[in-house]
Design a protein around this ligand. Structure first.
Ligand code: FUC
Length: 721
């Protein structure tokens, strides 16, 4: 299914407002990668590569996002595809540098050896669906070596002319194929011994295409044609284009998404990424590194989640392990949702399409009713960890998972105001899950509606054979159901449909047990006041109402917001990668910019691998995405809605560490695009562009303005005299 998306063209117009650092956004290193977590990621949503950048050996470990074991029942796991090796004679190199430029999504390696300057560029093209490596030198005849392809599942490799081919199948009958084409500029190439030998070429272009027989469609049993024809066609078509044509198409495609948002928090020191990371661990003073991490999250989402594909998994698309941690799957009690928190706020709404299609597929598979434990009268529920085909690990039932997932459908409408999407996709999905909760909630003797068998991931008093037990009325469940009902009610209002059912849901929402303050001032996690103040568990599920929910805000419920702070303080700041990232978002929503910044600083100093991948440990991409989302929430929030429209809260949690800065291209609910500039900690100007002419309230500190900006127009905010 294809969705309509609005393109944030206004962000380009608004970029004039800001003065941006002239430095390119890049990660750069003085040495080749030795380990996988030092290699740098490239991807076009589907095809991914980790580039090591060695002088004598270029090594690219590659993935294709549909290479999955498992099926509609069995979880399986995400599988690595293979490796590409390009070997040259030993050389003593100087002036070595490798870098990943986030501006154009190109990996570059440069060095000098024997008086020759070498340059290598690599990218994965979305328009041409191939990986491209380009080797050049400033003197002719300097490339002699071999090109090899390997396969992680031991498929035979054959060499034909200037092509290498691996074809195989996984045990679940998923066929796959990779092809590598070596194009020489001067010199010659020969195939022998399953490898390609290059002799005295002036330059080389290597193209890699890979695919599987996966069909993203339950109606087709998840299988389509053998990938041989598609892969051959992709390679042949790319081979007919010049390197410059391929690169130009790649850059145009990537920048269309990436360049919508700018964030300037100060100039970058002119030093390598590892030096910056080391210095940051000492002094935590490099706002430009924080801005780089913000943009890296956007880069990673663009590179791992594109329309037509499947969602970014626990590791995006980058995985070298046959048995990846947690299957490299879709864990729904925080991780997969966190992957997409940044998509709407940082102007990447197109990247959500794989998530939405997957949600629809999950519903389809669940409704077949094959798994006894997941059977429902209406609606659907899931286990915690899932694969792309609706299969799962059976640890553990996660009833509110479907309600949390469909929140993303509502958000897509809230930001983009796309009524067709609301009518045809979001509304039916919301209503479906609402009906499950209508059937499942029970009334306590005092009339309060509670979930009888909730779970506060992934801890709590034991019970029922799962190690953690099910409990009635846990805050996590209650808050997610409140969110679901609220989203449904607003969706029905927007469409003007189902007024009777809307009234019924509103009445149920009024009866829901809502968050309570416990005996030590905490926001209760459990229905009974049983929270342990010494509990430092990484999951802070009972704070869903603060983020990504909208039930609790200091602006609307200051006592409960304070209780959330008490809970967060008791849990402590030190945690795993994604947990730390979640806390950035919480403190931003609680309007404590310095604390949010402290958590961001902690994430960067304690949970970052050399390639700036977040580590749980081990590597999980959710923390990267959650970090970007948290920084966005520090600068702009729009989750509260009043009769006069959404509240656009400018700089709600600006930390002292970012006294001067500017942003453009941020998106707000109600169909707005926002640019801001601040100095000495104070907003000095902002431009609000409206896509749909919806009313809003603009809030900055005590300055509150009710606005009706006409569709397509800007409002220029300046401080009141
Ligand atoms: C949840 C978390 C774990 C891990 C896994 C992928 O189960 O509790 O920490 O992140 O997902």
């Amino acid at each position: 299914m294809k969705f309509l998306f609005r393109v944030c063209v206004a962000s380009l117009l608004l970029s004039e407002l800001s003065s941006f650092a002239s430095e390119p956004l890049n990660l750069w290193y003085r040495e080749p990668a030795q380990k996988w977590v030092e290699a740098l990621p490239l991807g076009n949503g589907r095809l991914g590569g980790m580039v090591f950048g060695g002088v004598e050996r270029e090594h690219i470990q590659f993935n294709e996002q549909t290479l999955w074991l498992g099926d509609e029942i069995d979880m399986g796991s995400y599988q690595p595809f293979g490796e590409l090796f390009v070997d040259f004679a030993p050389a003593s190199a100087s002036d070595y540098r490798r870098e990943l430029s986030l501006d154009d999504a190109i990996h570059r390696v440069s060095y000098s050896a024997n008086g020759v300057k070498f340059l290598r560029e690599c990218f994965v093209s979305q328009p041409d669906q191939i990986m491209v490596l380009h080797f050049t030198a400033d003197k002719p005849g300097n490339y002699s070596g071999t090109v090899q392809l390997t396969d992680m599942h031991k498929a035979a490799i054959r060499a034909e002319g200037n092509k290498l081919i691996s074809t195989g199948a996984l045990t679940n009958n998923l066929a796959y194929e990779a092809q590598v084409l070596v194009l020489n500029d001067g010199g010659k190439v020969d195939a022998s011994n399953n490898r390609i030998t290059v002799t005295k070429a002036d330059g080389l272009t290597i193209l890699l295409a890979a695919g599987t027989s996966f069909a993203n469609d339950p109606a087709k049993g998840w299988r389509g044609a053998h990938p041989h024809e598609t892969v051959s066609r992709q390679l042949d078509a790319a081979a007919k284009k010049s390197f410059e044509q391929l690169r130009a198409a790649h850059i145009a495609d990537f920048q269309n998404l990436f360049s919508r948002v700018k964030l300037d928090l100060g100039a970058s020191p002119d030093t390598s990424t590892l030096d910056r990371l080391d210095a940051y661990k000492q002094h935590k003073n490099d706002p430009a590194l924080e801005a780089l991490l913000f943009q890296y999250g956007r880069y990673l989402l663009i590179s791992s989640s594109r329309p037509g594909g499947i969602p970014a998994n626990l590791q995006g698309i980058w995985n070298a392990d046959l048995r990846p941690a947690w299957y490299s799957g879709y864990t729904t009690d925080i991780n997969i949702e966190m992957n997409y928190w940044l998509a709407e706020t940082t102007a990447l709404p197109e990247c959500t399409e794989p998530l939405f299609t997957w949600i629809q597929h999950l519903a389809t598979v669940r409704k077949k009713g094959v798994q006894e434990a997941l059977k429902t009268k209406r609606g659907w529920i899931i286990y915690s960890t899932n694969n792309p085909m609706g299969g799962n690990s059976t640890w553990q039932i996660h009833r509110p998972g479907s309600a949390w997932l469909v929140q993303h459908l509502w958000s897509h409408y809230a930001f983009g105001s796309d009524k067709d999407f609301l009518r045809s996709v979001a509304y039916p999905a919301l209503k479906d899950v609402v009906e499950y909760w209508e059937d499942h909630l029970v009334a306590r003797p005092d009339g309060k509606l509670i979930t009888p068998d909730g779970w506060s991931p992934e801890h709590g008093p034991g019970g029922k054979g799962d190690g953690h037990g099910f409990h009635p009325g846990v805050s996590y469940d209650q808050e997610i159901v409140w969110d679901l009902f609220s989203n449904y009610i607003e969706a029905a209002d927007e469409l003007g449909v189902d007024s009777d059912y809307r009234a019924k849901v509103a009445a149920m929402r009024d009866k829901l047990l809502t968050p309570k303050i416990g005996k030590w001032g905490q926001l209760q996690e459990w229905m009974e006041d049983a929270d342990d103040p010494n509990d430092h568990h990484r999951h802070t599920s009972h704070l869903f109402a603060v983020y990504p929910g909208r039930q609790i805000s200091p602006l609307t419920m200051p006592e409960l917001a304070n209780a959330a702070k008490v809970s967060l303080n008791a849990r402590g700041d030190v945690s795993t990668g994604w947990s730390t990232a979640w806390k950035i978002n919480f403190w931003a929503r609680l309007h404590d910019g310095d604390r949010a910044h402290k958590l961001a600083a902690q994430l960067i100093s304690a949970c970052m691998l050399p390639n700036l991948f977040d580590t749980h440990p081990p590597f999980q991409m959710d923390g990267n995405f959650g970090c970007t989302s948290g920084i966005a929430e520090m600068l702009l929030q729009s989750q509260l809605k009043e009769s006069g429209g959404y509240v656009l809260h400018l700089l709600p949690a600006l930390p002292a560490a970012w006294p001067d800065g500017s942003v453009s291209g941020f998106r707000a609910r109600g169909g707005f695009d926002v640019a801001m500039k601040w100095q000495k900690g104070k907003l000095i100007s902002a431009t609000i562009h409206s896509f749909d002419g919806n009313p809003c309230r603009l809030l900055y500190g005590n300055d509150s303005r009710l606005l009706k900006i006409a569709r397509g127009e800007n409002y220029e905010w300046t401080a009141a005299k």
